[in-house]
Ligand binder design. Structure first.
Ligand code: BGC
Length: 741
């Protein structure tokens, strides 16, 4: 019997060997050992015009067609950038009602940027890439790296802050690790997508210096260092052309100057014209509106600008196949890298490791903004009654905010996280304090929470105050939420102040109990008129599935905060350059009159003290940064020289912690105006109590360059420079003079 089975298996194996062709016998495009470009050319010459056209536009809300005849599979996209979006219907935005599409929600990208730790980006990219892969997605619609121009932008939470260097350093490992899973990262929204109001029409007027020095570097790093396989051109216009078909951005810069070989994949509904899309560098069209009559009908895909209208224009000679073939080559490259990559790993979903990654990133991104009292970390040996106040302590934040909205298996709210952490060590009391948004639904996904409340605003405050008087510690969780008019796609913020009367609640609480901690949950800076009165303030971000657990670990001191702000908190909105000298929001044209002076570059220029500066973040321990040791004080222009600055960092406190040492550089004299200083390097050191480490920072000629818009090139100018060793844009510890000779 056993022998029979064995013979049968051997026979099967022999048949298998005979019928499955060896790699070398396969048509070139199917042979994964053949060079990529040979495979692309081989596939291209096998395609009919109709098949080529089918490859470059959507066939459903989130997929494009493959070529059945040749075994070329479909391309499946997913949002992005904080988790894998639940499935929607084939032709509609409504939920497909799958029961197996809940994901792990990772912290919002503002939190990731606040870790100032590229290792956290790598961890993030790997985990979200594994989830995308498990759900059999080929393109992850993220990460986003639009620069934080104003705190009013509703989508800032999806981006990596105001500084081009920080965003560049943080975006690269995210992309590299997503793509290790055979899933393309699609970096968005390229470019100048800094407002949601009028996002489909507004035309950004910006000078080339600001474009190249501020708004493009993170995209360039994503493409050249991260090796992104896809990029998503934005909705807005630049130089009068929509970014989805923009000669300057797509053809000249992205594909020309940067040599991008991937796919420019339109934002959903961002394409407006066949001819422009054909000629101005777009490769794939998604989410376009139909003619209005056939809204949602399946044949509507034929009406896409890059579908039948494009084919007809080629057939009647208005357009040629030259551009089409370039697009198809790029799409084939994408497919070979993702959908047709049989060697990619299988991915995984909702694992303990993913939750751990979410918790680690969240814990490392939380920023301790102020800590003057004796409240934080809360000592459970002393605090016996802990009062938690605020809607954001109980509100799920993974639902809402637009396309990044998620469906999670479980989200721990701050109150739950605190209750779990505290157990029976103390009494945890909750008071609402204010009522904000009780809806909790996005696109058919419901949080399932009942947040209804019948008490009046006055009563809510009175009840919270009464409870605060009896508590040892009061933890207020407020800030923004993902509702329209706050941190949300499709609309910008309606005010810089905290909404829903939260300022009154905070004032009343601190008057009742001085042991108050305010945790601001948001992806944006907010005004804090009570800043002097409240002893402890924390920036809590939108932290995803593990939100409450991560916050509890920081509040009770299990995790020592080491996040630093990726953007400036201005005291007043007028202290932000877009609102002071620039324009925001724009309707038809929006002028970025502030030019390169964005964020701390503006604060420095105007000598404005921030509410909390860029790069700021405290710890429960203390650090001493020693005098810088400088390898040399000059580098030669045109050489490969570099200056190394080493600082000893000592943890002088009683517990482990991490410090971020920041290197800014200022040019003493230049023929074009330059910022007082700009971030050029940083180092994050994790140190045990009493331990020392060395922060090593480097300066090369590249770091000294600025973009000369007349010459249209990056130039360095001989002369004197200052290096600032700092722990925030306002906390300068040392300066070092050096020169470029
Ligand atoms: C957003 C993109 C998103 C796409 C697909 C658009 O509205 O701007 O960021 O990836 O929808 O959901």
């Amino acid at each position: 019997m056993k022998l029979k089975k064995l013979l049968f298996a051997a026979a099967l194996f022999a048949v298998g060997c005979a019928t499955v062709p060896q790699q070398a016998e396969l048509p070139v495009y199917l042979n994964e050992d053949a060079p990529l470009e040979e495979r692309v050319e081989d596939a291209l010459q096998r395609l009919t015009l109709r098949e080529k056209i089918d490859l470059i536009h959507a066939q459903s809300k989130f997929s494009s067609a493959g070529v059945e005849r040749l075994g070329i599979p479909e391309v499946w996209c997913t949002d992005g950038p904080h988790g894998i979006r639940p499935e929607v219907m084939w032709d509609e935005w409504d939920q497909a009602k799958w029961t197996n599409d809940s994901c792990t929600a990772f912290p919002a990208l503002t939190c990731l940027a606040a870790t100032w730790n590229p290792e956290m980006s790598a961890k993030y990219g790997m985990a979200i890439g594994e989830e995308a892969r498990y759900r059999e997605k080929d393109v992850l619609l993220g990460p986003g790296v639009n620069i934080y121009r104003t705190p009013m932008n509703g989508r800032n939470f999806e981006y990596m802050g105001e500084d081009p260097l920080l965003a560049s350093k943080m975006v690269v490992p995210y992309i590299q690790n997503v793509q290790k899973n055979g899933v393309a990262a699609c970096v968005k929204h390229f470019a100048l997508n800094n407002q949601e109001i009028e996002r489909h029409g507004v035309n950004v007027v910006v000078d080339d210096r600001a474009l190249y020095e501020i708004y493009l570097p993170a995209f360039k790093a994503a493409v050249q260092e991260g090796g992104a396989w896809a990029i998503m051109p934005a909705y807005n216009r630049y130089k009068g052309q929509h970014c989805c078909h923009n000669q300057y951005l797509l053809n000249d810069i992205l594909k020309g100057e940067w040599g991008f070989d991937g796919v420019a994949l339109s934002d959903w509904g961002g394409v407006h014209d066949t001819r422009e899309a054909a000629l101005h560098g777009l490769d794939m069209e998604f989410g376009s509106w139909t003619n209005g009559l056939n809204w949602g009908a399946s044949n509507a895909y034929d009406m896409y600008h890059m579908a039948v209208p494009y084919m007809k224009a080629i057939e009647n000679g208005e357009l040629t196949t030259k551009e089409l073939d370039d697009k198809v080559r790029r799409v084939l490259r994408l497919i070979f890298r993702t959908a047709m990559n049989t060697r990619k790993p299988f991915g995984s979903m909702n694992t303990e490791a993913h939750l751990q990654a979410a918790r680690d990133i969240a814990g490392e991104g939380v920023v301790l903004l102020k800590n003057e009292g004796d409240v934080l970390p809360v000592d459970l040996a002393k605090a016996k009654t802990i009062l938690v106040v605020g809607e954001n302590a109980i509100k799920m934040m993974t639902v809402g905010g637009g396309s990044s909205s998620l469906k999670v298996l479980k989200e721990y709210t701050p109150l739950e996280g605190i209750q779990r952490y505290v157990g029976d060590k103390a009494k945890v009391v909750y008071e609402r304090g204010y009522v904000g948004d009780v809806t909790g639904e996005y696109n058919g996904v419901k949080s399932g929470q009942d947040l209804s409340e019948s008490r009046s605003a006055e009563q809510l405050i009175a009840d919270a105050v009464a409870a605060a008087k009896k508590a040892d510690v009061v933890l207020f969780f407020g800030g923004l939420n993902k509702k329209e008019g706050q941190d949300c796609e499709g609309a910008d913020r309606s005010e810089y102040a905290l909404p829903y009367g939260q300022n009154e609640v905070i004032e009343a609480l601190v008057a009742a109990n001085k042991n108050l901690v305010v945790v601001n949950i948001s992806g944006n800076a907010v005004a804090m008129p009570w800043v002097e009165k409240v002893p402890s303030i924390m920036q809590g971000w939108f932290l995803g599935s593990e939100s409450g657990n991560a916050l509890a670990q920081v509040i009770f001191g299990e995790v020592n905060p080491s996040g630093h702000l990726p953007f400036t908190f201005p005291v007043r909105l007028e202290d932000n350059s877009a609102h002071s000298v620039g324009e925001w929001p724009g309707a038809k044209d929006v002028h970025y009159t502030e030019g390169i002076f964005v964020g701390y570059r503006w604060a420095d220029k105007q000598q404005l003290k921030a509410l909390f500066p860029f790069g700021h973040g405290l710890s429960y321990t203390t650090f001493e940064v020693g005098e810088p040791e400088v390898s040399k004080t000059a580098i030669k222009q045109g050489g490969n020289g570099k200056i190394t600055i080493k600082c000893e960092v000592r943890n002088t406190g009683k517990r482990e912690g991490a410090e971020v040492v920041q290197l800014y550089i200022g040019d003493k004299e230049s023929y074009l105006p330059r910022p007082v200083k700009e971030l050029k390097d940083f180092a994050k050191l994790h140190l045990e109590a009493g331990q020392s480490g060395v922060a090593e920072l480097t300066i090369t000629e590249e770091d000294l360059k600025f973009f000369d818009d007349k010459k249209h090139e990056w130039v360095s100018e001989k002369g004197e420079f200052t290096a600032y060793i700092a722990t925030s844009a306002e906390d300068i510890l040392y300066t070092v003079d050096f020169s470029l000779k």
